[in-house]
Write a protein that binds this ligand. Structure first.
Ligand code: NAD
Ligand code: MG
Length: 394
């Protein structure tokens, strides 16, 4: 038997990070926890270090490193700090596989470092791909990284494409990619009520348990907007080849429609351990701790067209993709600022997409030649969104 794969988890204390550890720990002969990172939850990271004994742990600040050092076994876990530490574990020569599960733009540089080091890269951090699509995919191709999608929809699409797929949908007779969406907690909420929804209401997703930022993105459907852009870069799908299908049960995770009329779908319980296990073991299949799908209990699967009036974020997603250049990075950064203001009680729910649209109108698309353009667009959009939030503050 070959040695276990060394696993590096960027964002180990989050929802995806913990689910990854849950799956990996079921297969100690396959995976060794080599490196873990956390931003704020140092207590949780200390517990994870005691349980998994990684070679490296990365924290954001020097003070956290001191606090963690007192709680890990000396000589077992080395503690690194900040962005440099993240890049080091992502690109470390002994790292075999990187789970990119930091939320938001903060994940871009370390995720890109993993791609540039040619790693097996499990991508949950969709924001990195949205911001820097062409640069990211160029790095994956040039350095022969193996990119596997963790987002349940994209993992489903990946599973519905032929094994020989190399980024050319037309060449494989694919007509459309059908991305399913639950519609979030406010699919049927009276529009008048949406003015007053609280962060806790927005984070109470009907089918999935996730971090707070992606939960708000699901409530505005900005999550699906980001996923449209993600599907474009992962599969080479043109905007008109990507259709959003609202499917409230979250059992069909996405579908691929072929030229002969066949539609292939991937189904499963809404549990992120399924796509995580799929990508961890790819091309093999392993136990994920997920129960059998009980179709008799589910009984019925519904599909409805998305409501672009209720969810203007969807329109913004297609707009950013069509505009290209820095537009997706602008959309993403403005969204992060607006969502964080909403979660802090500084911005009403309906103003989230209004802020993003105003920022996109103001900044417009610019050419994207390198990472500096991405980071520049991100910073400009954050400044502009901050001003918009200030003007709209409750
Ligand atoms: P989360 O908020 O639960 O966890 C985020 C992780 O990132 C934590 O470990 C945190 O310490 C780390 N982090 C946050 N800010 C950081 C910073 N500035 N620097 C370094 N580390 C930082 O988020 P999550 O729900 O696990 O989502 C993670 C990513 O996976 C997101 O990009 C999300 O869109 C994507 N995703 C999540 C799910 C899900 O079910 N949770 C599904 C699909 C895709
Ligand atoms: Mg998803």
């Amino acid at each position: 038997m070959t040695r276990p794969q060394n696993l590096c988890i960027l964002g180990a204390t989050g929802s995806i990070g913990l689910n990854t550890l849950d799956v990996a720990a079921r297969h100690p002969q396959r995976f060794r926890i080599f490196a873990l990172s956390a931003n704020e939850r140092i207590d949780e990271l200390a517990q994870l270090c005691q349980r998994h004994e990684p070679r490296y742990a990365v924290v954001a600040q020097a003070a956290q490193a001191d606090a963690l050092a007192r709680r890990v076994k000396p000589g077992v876990t080395e503690i690194l700090i900040g962005q440099q530490g993240l890049e080091r574990i992502a690109a470390h020569e002994e790292t075999d596989c990187v789970m990119a599960a930091i939320v938001g733009a903060a994940g871009l540089v370390p995720t890109l470092a993993a791609a540039r080091a040619g790693k097996k890269l499990l991508l949950a951090n969709k924001e990195a791909l949205v911001m820097a699509g062409p640069i990211f995919m160029h790095a994956v191709r040039t350095h022969h990284a193996t990119l596997l999608p963790i987002d349940s929809e994209h993992n489903a699409v990946f599973q519905c494409l032929p094994d020989s797929f190399r980024g050319d949908l037309g060449g494989h007779g694919v007509r459309r990619v059908l991305l399913t969406a639950s519609g979030g907690p406010f699919r049927n909420t009276p529009l008048e009520r949406l003015r007053h929804v609280t962060p806790d209401e927005a984070c109470a997703h009907p089918n999935w348990v996730m971090g707070r930022k992606i939960s708000v993105d699901s409530a505005t459907m900005m999550n699906k907007a980001l996923e449209i852009i993600e599907a474009h870069w992962l599969f080479g799908a043109a905007p008109e080849q990507i259709e959003v299908v609202v499917h409230p049960q979250s059992v069909v995770h996405s579908m691929v429609e072929y030229a002969d009329g066949s539609v292939i779908a991937q189904l499963g319980n809404p549990d992120m351990r399924t796509p995580i296990a799929h990508a961890l073991a790819y091309p093999e299949r392993i136990e994920a701790g997920v129960g059998a799908l009980d179709l008799f209990r589910i009984g019925q699967l519904d599909f409805v067209a998305p409501d672009f009036e209720r969810f203007p974020a969807l329109r913004l997603g297609y707009r950013a993709l069509r505009e290209g250049g820095t537009s997706p990075a602008t959309l993403n950064a403005a969204n992060e600022v607006a969502v964080s203001a909403f979660l802090d009680g500084r911005l009403p729910f309906l103003a989230i997409t209004a802020v993003i649209e105003a920022v996109m109108d103001e900044l417009g698309p610019r050419p994207l030649a390198g990472l500096d353009d991405v980071l520049g667009a991100d910073a400009a959009a954050r400044r502009q969104a901050g001003m918009q939030v200030g003007a709209m503050t409750v």
